[in-house]
Design a protein around this ligand. Structure first.
Ligand SMILES: C[S@@+](CC[C@H](N)C(=O)[O-])C[C@H]1O[C@@H](n2cnc3c(N)ncnc32)[C@H](O)[C@@H]1O
Length: 294
């Protein structure tokens, strides 16, 4: 289907239950819902006073799984599914601590309610910006983002629309940028069974019930979809606590300024034995295997 006709099919209000994307999003979008109630509802039952801590934990996970992820000073950052903005704040704190504060960090969300409540919290403060969008086209120019993040969101989106967002991530990511995306794994199913059995999950989705819909992923699926289907040349998938975190990028990870080829070869005998260029090896494989040079 062309983008124009996709838009035609979903031109109703985002939470219009007559389309599957809107039906999935309806549970997030009730303009009568006040900030305090949203804060209590959408963050896995974490109490309000611990929401900053929860967000910091997500961002610490990002940088410990993918220590090679960087953003330039005054970069452009995007979160897809920003809710009321806690993750954006935590990411901004982390980037400031790394001496690379962003020039702007944009939160995109399909829910107008989330965008309104996020603005209530942070709207007037730079570098934060919030925009509602149609769930299909990311309103950013090609190759404009240095760092893209999506956590606790993609697994609520019906798969063809989530897959489409991966193309959008590829389109708006700068060649030297990174995108970090989190998904629920099928291994989460036993835990899900304790509150929403699989059969009930499927019934809700088929009948379009206003509820949280969950879409699970398998490693092979993610690998194939990201690498072959979407065309990301660099894909690094880690499994963690019932979920997958994927870091994707379009260009090799930049070589650290203190990289020492001789040190790398001494610490990585297999690389020396293979007779390959140490810098190239680090940029192709070593960066995600956590290989060292000192
Ligand atoms: C559990 S909240 C997570 C919010 C934030 N990422 C966090 O962890 O604090 C899920 C968010 O995804 C948003 N969402 C649902 N469907 C979406 C879609 N198709 N595109 C973008 N955001 C979507 C919801 O409106 C909601 O704000």
């Amino acid at each position: 289907m062309s983008k124009a006709s996709m838009n035609k099919k979903t031109q109703n209000a985002p939470s219009d239950p007559s389309n599957v994307l809107g039906a999935a999003a309806a549970v997030w979008d009730d303009l009568r819902e006040r900030l305090a109630r949203i804060e209590a509802r959408i963050h896995d039952g974490v109490p309000r006073e611990k929401l900053a801590e929860r967000a910091d934990a997500y961002i610490n996970t990002l940088f410990s799984l993918f220590p090679y992820v960087t953003a330039p000073l005054n970069g452009v950052v995007l979160e897809i599914g920003s809710g009321v903005g806690y993750i954006m704040e935590a990411l901004t704190r982390a980037l400031i601590a790394r001496a690379t504060p962003p020039a702007s960090i944009l939160g995109l969300d399909i829910s107008h309610t989330m965008i309104e409540r996020a603005k209530e919290r942070l709207g007037a403060r730079a570098p934060y910006r919030f925009l509602p969008y149609d769930g299909i086209d990311v309103p950013m120019p090609e190759a404009s983002c240095d760092l893209i993040l999506s956590v606790a969101t993609l697994s609520f989106i019906p798969k063809p629309f989530a897959y489409n967002l991966l193309f959008e991530v590829k389109r708006v990511l700068k060649p030297g940028g990174f995108a970090v995306l989190q998904f629920l794994s099928f291994r989460h199913l036993p835990e899900q069974e304790t509150h929403t059995p699989w059969r009930e999950e499927i019934r809700r989705q088929i009948t379009g019930e206003k509820a949280h819909w969950h879409h699970f992923y398998a490693r092979e699926e993610l690998e194939m979809v990201l690498r072959t289907g979407t065309g990301f040349p660099y894909v690094d998938i880690r499994e963690l606590g019932g979920g997958y975190w994927a870091c994707v990028h379009l260009a090799p990870a930049p070589l650290p300024i203190d990289f020492d080829p001789e040190g790398y070869l001494s610490l990585n005998e297999d690389v020396r034995a293979a007779g390959v260029d140490p810098a190239q090896h680090w940029q192709e494989y070593g960066y995600r295997e956590g290989r060292r040079w000192r």
